[in-house]
Design a protein around this ligand. Structure first.
Ligand code: NAD
Ligand code: UDP
Length: 333
């Protein structure tokens, strides 16, 4: 198939592009590189040993996306382009709605114009908000607690309404839990600008000596060791989840699917596993809870297994080893 990947140069997009190329698909990356390096597509090609096409453009600009779809004529779109930092979304909500909702509207309009009927949309488990019941099933109430989550939920609704109106369109919404790790080659990975917000990139920067210690946000959660629990998922498993969604997205309809492992690990589990797997010490400082954080968050992955025949295969040790291989490679570049 010919797959058009918005945000294909980003963290998740680059891993998806490698997996898609290796599975024999043709890939067109569409990205404005606002949060990625323009050198990423050539790294993707090096790892996959196959080139991908690249179009520089902005999903917020209808003309950019329409021109790109006209010339690419893809069978399917994977829509990953978006803004994703929760704290940043609180500070500048309009940008988040413009990109995550407005950008999705532009894309759907251009897909309609050019007769592209299949879409895989990157959503986030953050659309569930405070858990009422764990593990989180797709039927859990949707009550996001920040502008980022609300923009993702609005984009999901847009997709749902568009699918109902068009009828012959297939849309699979993937709700990711906590993607971590990197491609085992060490050639691509998470590359946050400035101080990382997320746990794993912070841990790898402490391990490499770029930061002195990890600040653990909260030790009094109602969890086995008092630190926050999340469903960490290897980014290569996540990429394979998209391939599974593609191979089962050939019938019209709208469906939401969690992509997670179903297992929660605490911050201390991550730190200890990282230390054991890499032999690096992670000094920690125990501190207060981070505002807006939830105690526990993990998926019920049953629908992904049932509908997509997909389940995560890589364990926390592999996530830590691959995150560390990427960090080592990128800090000596
Ligand atoms: P990322 O920032 O690494 O990648 C996003 C890519 O989209 C970047 O290459 C960026 O340059 C591009 N982009 C942003 N705005 C654009 C625009 N207006 N036009 C064209 N390109 C644009 O993020 P990621 O971690 O790879 O996330 C990809 C998607 O997955 C996002 O939609 C995000 O909301 C979603 N998601 C991510 C996580 C996570 O933890 N990383 C979790 C849940 C959902
Ligand atoms: N966390 C932490 N220190 C950090 C970053 C994160 O203790 O520097 C904790 C955070 O409180 C949460 C877990 O690690 O319990 C995962 O945080 P992350 O931001 O990666 O994911 P999210 O909270 O968005 O699911």
């Amino acid at each position: 198939m010919r797959i058009f990947v918005t945000g294909g140069a980003g963290y998740i997009g680059s891993h998806f592009c490698v997996a898609a190329l290796q599975a024999g698909h043709d890939v067109v990356v569409f990205d404005n590189f606002c949060n990625s390096d323009p050198g990423v597509p050539s790294r993707i090609a090096r790892i996959a040993r196959r080139p991908c096409s690249v179009v520089t453009g902005d999903v917020r600009r209808k003309q950019d996306i329409s021109n790109a779809l006209r010339s690419a004529q893809p069978d399917l779109v994977v829509h990953l382009a978006g803004l994703k930092a929760v704290g940043d979304s609180v500070a500048r909500p309009l940008d988040y709605f413009e990109t995550n909702v407005g950008g999705t509207a532009c894309l759907l309009e251009a897909m309609k114009e050019h007769g592209v009927h299949r879409l895989i949309f990157s959503s986030s488990a953050t659309v569930y908000g405070q858990p009422v019941e764990l593990p989180l099933k797709e039927s859990h109430p949707l009550n996001p607690t920040n502008p980022y989550g609300r923009s993702k939920l609005m984009a999901e609704w847009l997709c749902d309404d568009f699918q109902r109106a068009e009828g012959n369109v297939s849309i699979v919404v993937l709700r990711y839990f906590n993607p971590v790790g990197a491609h085992p080659s060490g050639g691509i990975g998470d590359d946050p600008v400035g101080v990382p917000n997320n746990l794993m990139p912070f841990v790898t920067q402490v391990a490499s000596g770029q930061r002195e210690r990890l600040h653990i946000f909260g030790t009094d959660y109602p969890t086995p060791d008092g630190t926050g629990v999340r469903d960490y998922l290897h980014v290569c498993d996540l990429a394979e989840g998209h391939l599974a969604a593609i191979s089962r997205s050939d019938t019209p309809g709208f469906v939401t699917v969690n992509l997670g492992t179903g297992t929660g690990y605490s911050v201390l589990d991550v730190v200890r596993t990282f230390e054991r797997e890499t032999g690096r010490a992670i000094p920690v400082a125990y501190g207060k809870r981070r505002e807006g954080d939830l105690a526990q968050y993990y998926a019920d992955p049953a629908r992904a297994l049932h509908l997509l025949n997909w389940r995560a295969r890589r364990d926390l040790g592999e996530m830590c080893r691959d995150a560390w291989a990427w960090q080592r490679g990128s800090s000596t570049e």
